[in-house]
Design a protein around this ligand. Structure first.
Ligand code: ATP
Ligand code: MG
Length: 140
């Protein structure tokens, strides 16, 4: 089924010049980038984005990290885009991530793991709406 997902190249990915590397991998999986921008999240905006994690021990730290430098946010579209992109990213903890995945190859830390990807249709809808409006989507 054709679907959309939200991808973020996190501040560690941007500062380590991994934007091109991540995009090359996305395009190599036949996923279409249908919206893209670079943004610097405020702490409040990062908290809103990761609101599902409110109360967890890593919430403060991950929202500081996500607002520490620019991110690249993109919407991806394709067959099984959500699962396909999660597979490309690898497990949250790079130590558990499969060989060849983005996190396994580039993450340095459970928090500083280079990329974000939506984990379900519902989260994808929320997350895409958090960053993009209809006029910014190129899939119409
Ligand atoms: P993301 O939502 O960023 O795609 P994920 O779905 O693989 O990652 P989540 O459980 O949603 O993982 O956690 C969100 C983010 O919070 C992680 O990507 C990571 O940056 C950070 N994080 C998660 N668990 C921990 C932890 N135990 N310690 C520190 N940071 C964590
Ligand atoms: Mg998540």
């Amino acid at each position: 089924m054709k679907e959309r997902t939200l991808s973020i190249i996190k501040p560690d990915g941007v500062s380590r010049n991994l934007i091109g590397e991540v995009i090359r991998r996305i395009e190599g999986q036949d996923l279409k980038i249908t919206a893209m921008k670079m943004i610097l999240l405020s702490k409040e905006q990062a908290k809103g984005f990761y609101a599902v994690h409110k109360g967890k021990p890593f919430y403060e730290s991950v929202t500081n990290f996500m607002s520490s430098g620019p991110c690249v946010v993109m919407t991806l579209e394709g067959e099984d885009a959500i699962k396909k992109y999660r597979k490309l990213m690898g497990a949250t903890n790079y130590k558990d991530a499969e060989e060849g995945t983005i996190r396994r190859e580039f993450a340095t830390d459970i928090e500083k793991n280079i990329v974000h990807g939506s984990d379900s249709k519902e989260t994808a809808d929320f997350e895409i709406g958090y960053f993009f409006n209809n006029l910014e989507m190129m899939d119409r």
